[in-house]
Design a protein around this ligand. Sequence first.
Ligand code: NAD
Length: 454
Amino acid sequence: MKQIVHKQREFFLTNTTKDIDFRIEQLKKLERILKENDALLNEAIYADFKKSSFDTYTNELSILYHDIREACKNVKKWSVVKKVKTNLINFPAKSYVMPEPLGVALIIGAWNYPYQLSLAPAIAAIAAGNTVVLKPSELPLNTSHAMAKLINENFEPHFFKVLEGGIAETTELLNQKFDKIFFTGSVPVGKIVYQAAAKNLTPVTLELGGKSPAFFTENCNLKIAVKRMIWAKYLNAGQTCIAPDYVFVHKTIKDDFLKIAKEEIEKSNFSFVNDNYVQIINEKNMLRLIGLIDEEKVYLGGSYTLEERFIAPTLMTNISFEDKVMQEEIFGPILPVLEYEDLDKAIAQVKARPKPLSCYVFTKEKQVKEKILHEISFGSGAINDAMMQITNSNMPFGGVGESGTGAYHGEDGFKAFTHYKSILEKPTWLEPGLKYYPHTKRKLGWIKFMFGGK
Ligand code: NAD
């Protein structure tokens, strides 16, 4: 590992990655490799957790192709040296901001969208002119092997290298000195990564998780709201960082909510046979999730088969913040339904907990929407929809507080791997003497005048 990081830094210092054409060439090469190996990528992810080719394309590969196209189209524009106004005290001079790559980037991926969450940050890092060491999650072993094979057979290790492994390997990697660490994963491991980065003052982006609420107000288009929420909750069997973790439903619509949610789940026919569902990633998570199901509170579902790593889409009702299912991020196909009467109290309960990664509001009431947006701090969200905000790369994607630090997607991805170097450039034909000794009252008067003070 030390050797690879050393070689990458040596290569970075040759300035090769600073060439925009080099970056575009590498991104196009990555796109070609992914497309040529579509079958391999699909087989690997299906073997890991029965993810269908529909889902693999729509929520993994298409995002990568979009990111590559967007980066190739815009990287020149994003890299332009930007002139800014010069302040009076520096006259005559010009001022500009120069984007420059940070250097050697470490990317640590999560397992739930293994291709997207490993390669989207890598695309941003390459577009910004960095070299990349990628450590995908070890849980989906086949996708980890597939990425290692494709990247390591096609890219020079001094530029882009996949290193596979689990906790031991990641710990060793974190002992190396990187110029940027981009981590996607859980809050506890995020803290480990942050501490390791602090030893070298390495900048980090932490894309973490948490419990994301969805509000259903008295006055919402319940049918369409529930349809959108059910899709978001059970996509990838609930193993999505920005999925609604729990719902807050107004007391007056709770019965209708449950009835429509049940119908919608039944209509969606979540099963492995029709490729509408995926497996829970491993037995450890199966057992954790089963432990969150309180049979007495199950409204729908609750059944599972351990060998198949299947948990039926589950709705739980009469839930409060004291229930076990409300003590941790669920990250699976279990939806606790909490009832509220007083919106202020519901908002206060969310605010008393760590800032969520996402929050969704289903309502027709402008005031309610504005109140929630104004009062609750969260990473990203949607009004009358759930999760689709992530598809708009014109907006930064990231968390806040415990749900993460920093953001990416689109130009924000480029920014995450870039330092913006500020330069003041002065000619030598004029040398105002105000700052030089002797410091007189007259000079101070002029300086105060320039600063607008007395
Ligand atoms: P995780 O934290 O267990 O693992 C993430 C990565 O860290 C893996 O590559 C793993 O090998 C490594 N790792 C695990 N334990 C480690 C340790 N002790 N020391 C060093 N490295 C270690 O997370 P996960 O289970 O892969 O993913 C689920 C979590 O990620 C959820 O909390 C979810 O909300 C979050 N997530 C966030 C986003 C986002 O974009 N914000 C996206 C997906 C998942």
